[in-house]
Design a protein around this ligand. Sequence first.
Ligand SMILES: Nc1ncnc2c1ncn2[C@@H]1O[C@H](COP(=O)(O)OP(=O)(O)OP(=O)(O)O)[C@@H](O)[C@H]1O
Ligand SMILES: [Mg+2]
Length: 298
Amino acid sequence: MTRAIEPRFRPKGRRHPKIYAFILECGGSSKTTSATSMATEGALRQYPGTVFDLDANRSTTRILGYDDEAMKGRKNVLDLIRGTATLDEVALPARYRIDDGYDDDAFAYIPGLRVVPSSAEMSSADTIIAEDADRQDWFAEILLSYEGDEDDVFWVDFPASYGRMVYSVIRMLDEDDSVIPSVRADPKDVGFLSALFEELDRVREKNRLRRSVPGRPTVDHIILTGTPTATYTESSARKATKLAEALYGELLTPYIRYSADAKKLYDDCCPLPILLPNSVPAVDYRKLMTGIGFPHRT
Ligand SMILES: Nc1ncnc2c1ncn2[C@@H]1O[C@H](COP(=O)(O)OP(=O)(O)OP(=O)(O)O)[C@@H](O)[C@H]1O
Ligand SMILES: [Mg+2]
């Protein structure tokens, strides 16, 4: 089904989709949990999407249906960085396991959702870009050559670092896109947010006079996860929530409360809204999606 494109998914009339970038230089901060949950919930609500896994740890790739065995012989995001394949050649239909084995019928597919899979070799992406300056434009080329005409959304899951590869993506964002760090309610994790704001300021300053790239990545929401509940009363979680409210109150989305269930998406390789739709975080991600502009579509 084709529908008229809502202008907010093509800011300033541009050809390529709105980009949601899950970025924070803090390992285990909940970026992947939020990226996969939101992209899946969006697709279930009829907002088609493409999830880019840029992390050599391949968490997003696994959760959306492709473990190392399934990836054998397939292209991955490094082919995009090297410029040896197109987006449509690399992107795979997102899926989750319903049976043993690797035949097609061992998986159920998530309509409207694609994943650009990562590879362990993504750890060398910074070097590839450093050795060939043209490769810095890999993400720019994807945006320029984008030809989809539906309300596609780009969800991008980043590694916990700010190197050349990360820069090659975030310099292509402007204030209509969304840098959306996902942080756990832990004072240490919340402390990493100020470094993200500094990094984005640096990117903006560096590109201030350029016309060929937008260069204005901007945080418009902060997701706080693992927040206290009636039974989860960890004092560090309460402290971190207060700290985040004091520092970033106006940017905070509705909270994603703590639940031990959140870990299960890694055991079962299935995104949370499908694996455990009634779990506390899945309920909270639904509320969050409505809150940031993805109401249910019919
Ligand atoms: N709402 C939640 N309640 C409890 N635990 C959570 C919640 N959300 C995420 N977690 C846990 O936090 C940990 C880190 O999550 P995740 O892998 O999404 O982070 P990440 O930022 O992508 O990490 P990395 O930098 O390693 O890629 C996981 O063990 C996950 O289960
Ligand atoms: Mg991750």
